[in-house]
Ligand binder design. Structure first.
Ligand code: F3S
Length: 852
């Protein structure tokens, strides 16, 4: 019984100590939570072995994890539910009972990815106008999403216009400690978005998974994993005056990428961590995928309790969190003897004012250097003319930063200071403010800072992801034409966490990540060809030059305003209760969805038909592409490359969709006929099979069809190979599949006929998505690459050997001159569970077999 409560809890410490006395004190925070769920969920027969595995850190065995919740956004969550609706159809057709397909783990879908900033923050009623466009464009999708609420058990929806999933999870949804049937236990979750670790800041294990893995968890299966490296990150020192949480996270991201923490669970501690508010901690935890880790945990401590109180959690709940953490060793003071695989140290006082870019979140750039880097060629400024390096988009956006009250108050204060001195936004800058929850607007109003932001063009355009997920909306046509005609190196500056090629806006040749106050400063400067630390932003009424330091907010004032203006009632007022509405009368009439045949958004999926339902032969494969390092899921299945001039655009035309409603690629991912045409459709792609006469790789969504050698657009090549029933392979460099958890980065290549991908390394979530789609991930052994093998795309490939976890298989290369070479490669099916998913042809096929 938990002291001071009438709740029971599972005594993990006793269970661990019974196996190895003294072991609990050495367990990291993560292991303690993983141990608790074993004690609570495992069969007694398996418990001792699994606990021993955890204590001894055996990383070569499958380990079961049972997350308590699944959170999704409307892109991946919707496609997951489209899959489950399709599965119901497939079962019904074979005479089974479709209504048995239901999530058994509570699943919360937040509609946050669908709104485009068609109306910027300097236009009257931008919020209402953007919402109206969103509703019109997404009618098919929202119809389906609303149906899922009533058709499936354990699915709930937060409607559009309320905020961003991770921010809502942090501010409102996570209880930190859950109660079920009179038992208290730690909240844990998986989410179909790589930034799900944001609530790790509250001490909640929460990780991003692919849509397919989320479907697996929703249906009640454990997520099987290999125990990760758990790395301690000691934060020392304190942030210097004037340095924001964004500056800090960009510097930490660069540091941790360099330290190669890919796949690890990190635990932040030390005097630096102690000094950070949960707002700052959440900014760090949010960017976990950018530094390549799986989780970025903070321990429960006084800061956690303060944040739970600030965000309006009930007193009883706050008391429960504290007593549970103290009793079970999850309280920060109880982790002094925790042992880690590796310990890193980062000094917060070393952080300066930063940006990251132009196309990678870990490419750190001191602000003082931006004007000399990241812009191509010579430039000559002409008075009143849009300059090269023009900031065409300045967006205060994303859960990363709008969840942090210090960052948002700082943005309001720099706007106030600028307004007082008469500074204005440059006319070519499309500015916007899109907080991740309605609470932010309330506290900016309470601080009287919203009008200050509004007068610089940063009125609230949405409570949604917007520019962060590339939904920047159209540019003013005149400005767009000038960017095209003068071939300007146009730039986006945003307070987001990603800036991969082509993600933010098709006409932004580069994108820089920056703190919210810096975004405001660049909207005033209007160009990145500007030393924002030293150059003159404007002149005051007396003609005195104004520098950044003259308007930069003062830390003490930020803290005082946060204290005075951010209140629990604002969080309570915007809370949406979940799972409280399912009366029998709200049940859908049929367990089967009435698909709309003309929809280009939602379509019955094909994964249980034809060759998709079989394991692959891995014989006679031709390369679809030879790809360089750092291929992202935005290259593999872009969200926002231009739809108009694309294979998907041509298809939407054919289906009669008006051009103004083409929407983003991402919103069409519930319709495989549209979504598959986005495969490798990023115009910034470099397929090394396509070269000019000098041998240079040509940039573009292009492929060379073999054996004919004809170069064509990627989708035409895929269609050609589909007609020939030609099995395909992709050969790639290091860190393949970085970026978001979108399952379409795997679905697209699987539908194209790609049976295997051989790379120098895979990002975790994308690798699991490939397996979920029945595509074999293979890894070159150290020292072997497509270059050392001299591959040029004319080869035909087989794979030999029996798939087993981390087995060595043979890649057989049949060269065009008849030579045959055999190369050992590592089978990246890492667990027995992954082997069984692959053998079934993918996770969806495995489900179908289980239900029939
Ligand atoms: Fe967050 Fe949405 Fe960006 S979930 S990371 S704001 S795309």
């Amino acid at each position: 019984r938990l002291p001071g409560t009438d709740l029971d809890y599972f005594d993990t410490r006793a269970a661990v100590e019974a196996i190895q006395p003294g072991a609990y004190a050495k367990l990291p925070y993560t292991s303690r939570i993983l141990a608790e769920q074993l004690v609570r969920r495992c069969e007694p027969a398996a418990l001792t072995d699994s606990l021993r595995q955890l204590i001894e850190r055996k990383r070569d065995l499958d380990f079961p994890w049972y997350p308590a919740r699944v959170v999704c956004h409307d892109i991946l969550g919707q496609t997951a539910l489209v899959d489950l609706a399709g599965l119901r159809d497939a079962i019904a057709e074979k005479g089974g009972d479709p209504s048995q397909v239901n999530p058994v783990v509570p699943t919360q879908l937040i509609v946050d990815h669908s709104l485009a900033v068609e109306h910027p923050g300097f236009e009257a009623d931008a919020f209402e106008k953007n919402r109206a466009v969103e509703e019109r464009r997404n009618e098919d999708r929202f119809h389906f999403i609303n149906w899922t609420k009533t058709a499936f058990d354990n699915v709930d929806v937060i409607p559009p216009g309320n905020g961003i999933m991770h921010q809502i999870n942090l501010e409102k949804m996570s209880p930190v400690v859950q109660i079920k049937d009179g038992v208290a236990f730690p909240d844990t979750c998986v989410g179909t978005d790589s930034h799900t670790p944001m609530v790790d800041a509250l001490g909640v294990i929460s990780v991003g998974v692919g849509g397919l893995e989320a479907e697996n968890v929703m249906l009640g299966n454990p997520s099987m994993m290999r125990l990760p490296d758990i790395v301690g990150v000691e934060l020392t020192g304190k942030l210097r005056p004037g340095i924001t949480g964004t500056d800090m996270v960009l510097a930490i991201t660069e540091f941790l990428r360099r330290e190669r923490v890919v796949g690890a669970y990190l635990e932040f501690y030390g005097e630096g961590a102690d000094s950070l508010s949960v707002g700052d901690r959440a900014t760090i935890a949010n960017m976990t995928p950018e530094y390549g880790a799986t989780a970025g945990m903070f321990f429960i401590d006084g800061q956690t309790i303060d944040y739970l109180k600030l965000t309006g959690r009930d007193d009883d709940q706050v008391a429960l969190v504290e007593s549970y953490a103290r009793e079970t060793g999850l309280w920060a003071d109880h982790l002094k003897d925790a042992e880690y695989e590796r310990v890193l140290s980062f000094d917060l006082s070393s952080v300066g004012r930063n940006l990251a870019g132009p196309s990678n979140p870990h490419a750190l750039l001191p602000v003082s250097e931006l004007h000399q880097r990241g812009v191509a060629g010579e430039w000559e400024e002409k008075e009143g003319e849009m300059p090269d390096g023009a900031v065409i988009i300045a967006a205060i956006t994303s859960c990363t930063n709008t969840s942090n009250p210090r960052n948002m108050i700082a943005a309001g204060l720099i706007a106030r200071n600028a307004n007082r001195l008469g500074l204005t936004r440059k006319p070519w800058v499309k500015s916007s403010l899109a907080p991740g929850s309605k609470t932010v607007k309330m506290y900016l109003e309470a601080a009287n800072l919203l009008p200050e932001l509004q007068s610089l063009g940063f009125d609230v355009v949405a409570f949604a992801c917007t520019t962060c997920n590339g939904m920047s909306g159209a540019l003013d046509p005149t400005i767009q034409q000038e960017v095209i005609d003068r071939d300007l190196y146009a730039t986006a500056v945003l307070s987001g966490n990603r800036n991969f090629d082509g993600r933010i806006h098709p006409y932004a040749k580069q994108a820089f990540l920056a703190s919210p106050p810096l975004v405001v400063a660049y909207a005033i400067a209007g160009t990145i060809r500007f030393d924002i630390e030293k150059d003159v932003l404007g002149h005051d009424a007396d003609g005195k030059p104004i520098l950044l330091k003259d308007i930069w907010p003062d830390d003490a004032e930020i803290d005082a305003i946060v204290k005075a203006s951010v209140k629990p009632d604002q969080f309570r007022a915007t809370y949406i209760p979940m799972f409280e509405k399912k009366g029998g009368e709200e049940r859908a009439a049929s367990p089967l969805y009435d698909w709309r045949p003309q929809s280009t958004y939602i379509r019955r999926p094909p994964y249980w038909e034809g060759t998709m339902a079989e394991a692959r032969a891995l014989k006679g494969m031709r390369p679809l592409a030879l790809l360089p390092d750092n291929i992202t899921t935005d290259h593999l299945s872009p969200s926002n490359a231009i739809l108009l001039d694309s294979a998907a655009g041509a298809y939407l035309h054919k289906m009669g969709l008006p051009e103004e409603d083409f929407n983003s690629y991402a919103t069409h991912r519930g319709d495989h006929l549209t979504a598959q045409r986005a495969t490798l459709a990023n115009p910034k792609l470099f397929n090394e099979m396509v070269r000019d006469e000098k041998g240079e790789v040509i940039q573009g969504s292009l492929a060379r069809v073999e054996p004919d050698g004809e170069v064509m657009r990627m989708w035409e090549a895929i269609e050609t190979y589909m007609q020939r029933k030609q099995p395909l392979i992709i050969i790639a460099g290091a860190d393949y599949g970085q970026g978001s958890s979108r399952d379409w980065a795997a679905k697209g290549v699987a539908l194209a006929g790609v049976e295997a991908i051989v790379a120098e390394g895979f990002e975790r979530i994308h690798r699991t998505n490939l397996i979920g789609m029945g595509v074999m991930p293979l890894q070159f052994q150290e020292g072997t690459t497509r270059h050392t093998l001299g591959l040029d795309g004319t080869e035909v490939y087989d794979v030999e050997g029996e798939p087993a976890p981390r087995a060595t298989l043979t890649l057989v290369i049949h060269r065009a001159d008849g030579e045959v070479e055999r190369v050992p490669v590592i089978c990246r099916l890492d667990t027995a569970e992954e082997v069984s998913v692959y053998a079934a042809g993918g996770i969806l096929q495995k489900f179908a077999k289980e239900f029939m």
